[in-house]
Write a protein that binds this ligand. Structure first.
Ligand SMILES: CC(C)(COP(=O)(O)OP(=O)(O)OC[C@H]1O[C@@H](n2cnc3c(N)ncnc32)[C@H](O)[C@@H]1OP(=O)(O)O)[C@@H](O)C(=O)NCCC(=O)NCCS
Length: 151
């Protein structure tokens, strides 16, 4: 049995209220702020799994798409979930929903992290995904596999 099969991977859900300081010059949510929140949500997914925040660095923010804008007073929910585990990497999928409308995400993205030792050298984290988890999360798993081809 792999290490991962003993540990449940859960979805991380973070809610935020958009404030005036989060807006751009169009009066909508600033992309850089959204990117910060999305990366943070994805990072939390990796820490939730590994419990070693000091060993995790971000290697790549990829596949980030802004489908719909949002503005001040909107409540956004960021749902992040492990999409793929490599030998030394972890790729996390995130979807953002606005005001409880969870049919179509307003923003989507993926972030890849790498486990590193104190000298910054990548090391194998020893985690794998169970076949059941891969089956349940097939779409994001395949998207992460596809992204690995385009490094
Ligand atoms: C990320 C970093 C550790 C990768 O180092 P590296 O020597 O290129 O890593 P390796 O070639 O040994 O690859 C290790 C894993 O990382 C993955 N990886 C490395 N760079 C990547 C990238 N740009 N995008 C996606 N995956 C990447 C590899 O595919 C490999 O995955 P696998 O084990 O699942 O096969 C290094 O580039 C680094 O320290 N970057 C700066 C990190 C940083 O400052 N981030 C911002 C603040 S947290």
């Amino acid at each position: 049995m792999s290490t991962q099969e003993k540990k449940e991977i859960r979805e991380i859900l973070i809610s935020r209220i958009i404030k005036s300081e989060d807006l751009n010059h169009h009066g909508t949510l600033f992309a850089g702020r959204m990117a910060e929140w999305l990366v943070e949500a994805c990072l939390i997914s990796t820490i939730d799994l590994l419990r070693k925040p000091e060993d995790i660095v971000c290697a790549r923010i990829h596949g980030m798409n802004f489908h719909k804008s949002s503005t001040t007073g909107d409540i956004i929910e960021i749902k992040s979930r492990i999409a793929h585990l490599g030998e030394k990497s972890l790729t996390v999928d995130a979807k953002v929903f606005v005001n409880g409308k969870d049919d179509t995400p307003s923003v989507t993205g993926m972030v890849t992290f790498v486990t590193v030792d104190k000298k910054g050298i990548p090391y194998a984290h020893g985690m794998t995904l169970s076949p059941g988890y891969i089956e349940e999360n097939r779409l994001i798993y395949l998207a992460a596999l596809e992204a690995r081809k385009h490094r």
